[in-house]
Design a protein around this ligand. Sequence first.
Ligand SMILES: Nc1nc2c(ncn2[C@@H]2O[C@H](COP(=O)(O)OP(=O)(O)OP(=O)(O)O)[C@@H](O)[C@H]2O)c(=O)[nH]1
Ligand SMILES: [Mg+2]
Length: 234
Amino acid sequence: MAAAGGDARAELDVDVDVDAGPGQEKYDAEENVKIICLGDSAVGKSKLMERFLLDGYRPQQLSTFALTLYKHAASVDGKRVLVDFWDTAGQERFQSMHPSYYHKAHACIMVFDVQRKVTYKNLSNWYKELREFRPEIPCIVVANKIDADMKMTQKSFNFARKFNLPFYFVSAADGTNVVKLFSDAIKLAVAYKQNSGDFMDEVMRELENFDLQQKGEDFSDKEESCPEEKPPST
Ligand SMILES: Nc1nc2c(ncn2[C@@H]2O[C@H](COP(=O)(O)OP(=O)(O)OP(=O)(O)O)[C@@H](O)[C@H]2O)c(=O)[nH]1
Ligand SMILES: [Mg+2]
């Protein structure tokens, strides 16, 4: 088992997804990928994983302690893929993640909360650190909690465009785009691991939201008006 990140994260709380079966999948899988999740505390990283892996959502907040590792069996182009999802605690204020968290990761899901602008601003810190350790891996940017304020889907979030990253509006609470997010992340992770530029391009083309994002109107001027602590006027 991979080392946990730092002393405070020395314990691993391993949750094995039911789809993965009793360990056998590990040996049958043709591919094995690691996907990490980054973002400030309480943006919904754990809830998104719960929604995808357990198809459930409990509204209680319990900040992730240490590290939770979820195993999930998926299928990509007929290939059996075993996915390790790594979920760790974000922090109230940006603080470096232990390098082992990034080690051998094949894709990253970077989450912010549309209701808290600071979590959007902090994406640049998370992204900078990610690129120090994993300069090339695919990274998907996720605006979570759109159920709480659908108007936010009209706002501009220029960060993803700036770095040419796929961007999705999601909700762990009602499940919007969650399956799509995770299936695309798995496809991108496999494409990256197979180190195939062509396959990666193909997957990127398939990401319809990514296309929309690239073709969409340039909202960058309105960026300051996105997530405010106070609700936007109607
Ligand atoms: N309305 C709404 N609330 C959400 C959504 N996703 C998460 N939350 C709430 O946000 C809080 C934090 O969610 P978590 O998944 O624990 O956040 P986290 O990013 O894992 O936080 P740390 O483990 O501290 O890093 C919880 O109270 C959730 O109920 C969502 O899509 N909509
Ligand atoms: Mg968590």
